[in-house]
Design a protein around this ligand. Sequence first.
Ligand SMILES: C[S@@+](CC[C@H](N)C(=O)[O-])C[C@H]1O[C@@H](n2cnc3c(N)ncnc32)[C@H](O)[C@@H]1O
Length: 306
Amino acid sequence: MPASTETIHYVCTVRSSRAKAVDLARAEIAALLRDCDLTLPAGGPLSERPGVYWVDLAEVHARTMEERAARLGYTERIEELAATGPPRRNRPDGPLKWKGSWYDPLTVWESDPEEVRLSSPDMRDFALRGEDGRVRTARGYRGDGSSLGPKALPVPDCRLLVNLVFAPEVRSLLDPFAGAGGIVHEASRNGYSVTSMDIEPNVAPGLEGLGATHQEGDAGAMPFDSASFDAIATELPYAEERPGTVRRWTDEMLRVLRPGARCAVMCSLAQRDAIAAAASRERAVVELSEEIDRRGTRVAVIALRR
Ligand SMILES: C[S@@+](CC[C@H](N)C(=O)[O-])C[C@H]1O[C@@H](n2cnc3c(N)ncnc32)[C@H](O)[C@@H]1O
């Protein structure tokens, strides 16, 4: 029997803490389902709700969508519009009418706040090497407070970056500025073979404890062969604004990616131009460049394809 080609309409809701970042949430789900023929209609029902967007998907991919949804960072709920008949009475919680037909919104996936809380840096044990060389375990390590040092990235942002580089063939992922390991944690959870790097020696035991193969060193001169990795997801140290340094970091990231592979970066707005310049020189494609407000600071999310 031929597979059903019926289209399922979904209404997706962005996590309230990221409600203004609808475009990033759309980019994230499009990347995570890039092998599923998804379309993102510009409008749909329930548009009066804050932070909604719409996904159309062939029925044959519905199970994949439900299985992968648990990886999403910026979306917190997905409802399928199930066809139904008109309401018997005009009840506010009854079916909704859209394009002349009646639908019941049925929740097919919802983020579990407790799971997200337990995945957060506050709840993680992280092994740190002290200046005396001894390793001690810290609960809730969020960085050393310095401008260039580690600062733990919240779970939704880590998931966003890891998902932006998703492709079914991805096996190995590098985070060259790994810090307290939020991205490493999420990528390991997705089953990737993760390599981390950081210039600070103290975070090495913690990153290894999160499942990474760790390399201490400068991301401007990585000790990896060219075309070694299937994907990179990372968060730059925002305080570094010298364009030459940021261009060198970008050149190195593109060098160690295999051709056709992707790199997702969260960076400061000041770093964005240098990344774009390096990408253009290397003929990498800028697939995404979006700004987002993070606790009052505007940052950029960039996705490149080598
Ligand atoms: C913004 S933090 C990354 C935080 C990380 N995303 C997390 O969730 O914990 C940036 C990291 O880059 C590291 N770093 C700074 N300069 C570096 C360099 N040249 N090479 C490699 N790592 C560097 C810092 O030590 C810091 O841990």
